[in-house]
Design a protein around this ligand. Structure first.
Ligand code: NAI
Ligand code: MG
Length: 354
C-alpha cells in the first residue's frame, strides 16, 4: 500500500507532521511519499498541482492531504491559486463523494456554540457531491451584459448544472451510508427556485425506490440551515450538492465545537480516496504551533477504515484521541477553563503515547 502525503500550506505542514507520527507508531506495512501542493508547490514549481504531485496522487492507494491557501495568493490568476490544487485533485481522481461527519465528543459538549443538550451525542454525516454543481459548471466568466437589470454593465456569471448520473451515484452513496447508520436521508435542495435542484429532488426520489428500508425527506437549503442549529440531532445522513454541502458542512462543523476536530473523506467509485481535515490552512495561526492536529489525525483513521481496510488501526487512533481528550488536553480552539492547553506537537505526542 502506498500513501501520498501532501501537507500543503499554512498549518498544513504542522498538522501533517503529527498525523505522520501517529501512522508511524501503528507499525503497519505501507510506503509513504511526500510531495508539494498548493502555494508551496507554486513557489517551487510555478503551479499549485504540478505533474509529479498529481501522478503520485493517482498512483497511490490513498492521499492524506493537509490544507492549502493563503491570503497572499489572492491576487494570482485563478489557475495558479492554491485552492485549484484541491479542485484539480478531486476532478482528476474522480472524487465525487465527500463524507463530512459532524460528531460531538462528550468531552467537548461545552465547546459547541449551542446548548449542551442540543449537541450531546450528536453524530450526523453530511455527504456533499464534490465534482459538479456551480463550482465546475461551464460557461463561466465576465462580460458586458446584453440584458438583465443593467444592460451594458460589466457582469460575471457561473453555471449551475447536474446530470442525472451524477445525482444518481451520490444518492446511492447516501442511501447505502444511511443503511449502515440510522436509516434516514435528508436530501437538501432549493427546488422551489432552481431547476437544477428540482431535477435533483426528482432523481433522488427515483433512486429512493431501491431503498425502501431507508426513510427519505426533502428539505430546502435555507430551512436546513435553520434546522441544523435548532435540532441537529434530528438529522442522520444529509445529502446535497457541492455548494450547499460546502456551506452546511462548515455550519455543522461548528456545532461540534471546532472545525479543528473534523476529518473528511472524498471517495471515488472504488473507495479510493483523499482524506483531509475539514478546515483550511488557517493563515491566522500558521507557524505558531497552536493548530489542532486532531482533524488530520482522525482523517488518517478514516483513511485506514475506508480505503486501506485496516479498521482495527482506525479504532486504535480514534480511541487514543478520546483518551487524550478525557485526560484534559486541549489545543486553543477547544480549550476551556479547567483543561490543559497544549500546542500542536504536544497534542500529537499525546495521541502517539495513548
Ligand atoms: P480555515 O479553516 O483555514 O480557518 C477558519 C478559522 O478556523 C480560522 O480562525 C482558523 O484559525 C481556525 N482553524 C482552522 N483550522 C484549525 C485548527 N486545525 N486548529 C485550530 N484552529 C483552526 O478557513 P479560512 O480562514 O476561510 O481559509 C483560510 C485559507 O484556507 C484560504 O486560503 C482558503 O481558501 C483555504 N482553505 C483551504 C481548504 C483546503 O485546503 N481543503 C479548505 C478551506 C479553506
Ligand atoms: Mg468550505
Amino acid at each position: 500500500m502506498k500513501i501520498a502525503i501532501l501537507p500543503g500550506d499554512g498549518i498544513g505542514t504542522e498538522i501533517m507532521a503529527e498525523a505522520v507520527k501517529v501512522l508511524a507508531v501503528l507499525d503497519l506495512k505501507f510506503e509513504t511519499e511526500t510531495a508539494l501542493v498548493g502555494g508551496a508547490a507554486y513557489e517551487a514549481h510555478g503551479h499549485p498541482l504540478p505533474e509529479g504531485t498529481l501522478n503520485l496522487a493517482k498512483a497511490a492507494d490513498a492521499v492524506l492531504f493537509g490544507a492549502v491557501g493563503d491570503w497572499k495568493y489572492d491576487k494570482l490568476e485563478r489557475q495558479f491559486r492554491p485552492e485549484q490544487a484541491i479542485l484539480g485533485l478531486r476532478k482528476h481522481l474522480g472524487l465525487f463523494a465527500n463524507f463530512r461527519p459532524a460528531i460531538c465528543y462528550e468531552q467537548l459538549t461545552h465547546a459547541s456554540s449551542l446548548k449542551p443538550e442540543l449537541v450531546a451525542g450528536l453524530d450526523i454525516l453530511i455527504i456533499r457531491e464534490l465534482t459538479g454543481d456551480i463550482y465546475f459548471g461551464q460557461p463561466r466568466g465576465r462580460r458586458v451584459a446584453i440584458d438583465g437589470h443593467f444592460p451594458g454593465a460589466e457582469e460575471a456569471f457561473d453555471t449551475m448544472r447536474y446530470s442525472k448520473p451524477e445525482i444518481e451515484r451520490i444518492a446511492h452513496v447516501a442511501f447505502q451510508a444511511a443503511r449502515r447508520r440510522n436509516k434516514k436521508v435528508t436530501s437538501v435542495d432549493k427546488a422551489n427556485v432552481l431547476e437544477t435542484f428540482q431535477f435533483w429532488k426528482d432523481v433522488v426520489t427515483e433512486v429512493h425506490a431501491q431503498y425502501p428500508d431507508v426513510a427519505l425527506e426533502h428539505m430546502y437549503v435555507d430551512n436546513a440551515a435553520m434546522q441544523l442549529v435548532k435540532a441537529p440531532k434530528a438529522f442522520d445522513v444529509v445529502v446535497t450538492g457541492n455548494m450547499f454541502g460546502d456551506i452546511l458542512s462548515d455550519e455543522a462543523a461548528m456545532l461540534t465545537g471546532s472545525i479543528g476536530m473534523l476529518p473528511s473523506a472524498s471517495l471515488d467509485k472504488s473507495n479510493k480516496g483523499l482524506y483531509e481535515p475539514s478546515h483550511g490552512s488557517a493563515p491566522d495561526i500558521a507557524g505558531k504551533g497552536v493548530a489542532n492536529p486532531l482533524a488530520t489525525i482522525l482523517s488518517a483513521a478514516m483513511m485506514l477504515r475506508y480505503t486501506l481496510n485496516q479498521p482495527e488501526a482506525a479504532d486504535r487512533i480514534e480511541s487514543a484521541v478520546k483518551a487524550v481528550l478525557s485526560a484534559g488536553l486541549r489545543t486553543g480552539d477547544i480549550w476551556s477553563e479547567g483543561t490543559q492547553r497544549v500546542g500542536t506537537r504536544a497534542m500529537g505526542d499525546a495521541v502517539v503515547a495513548a
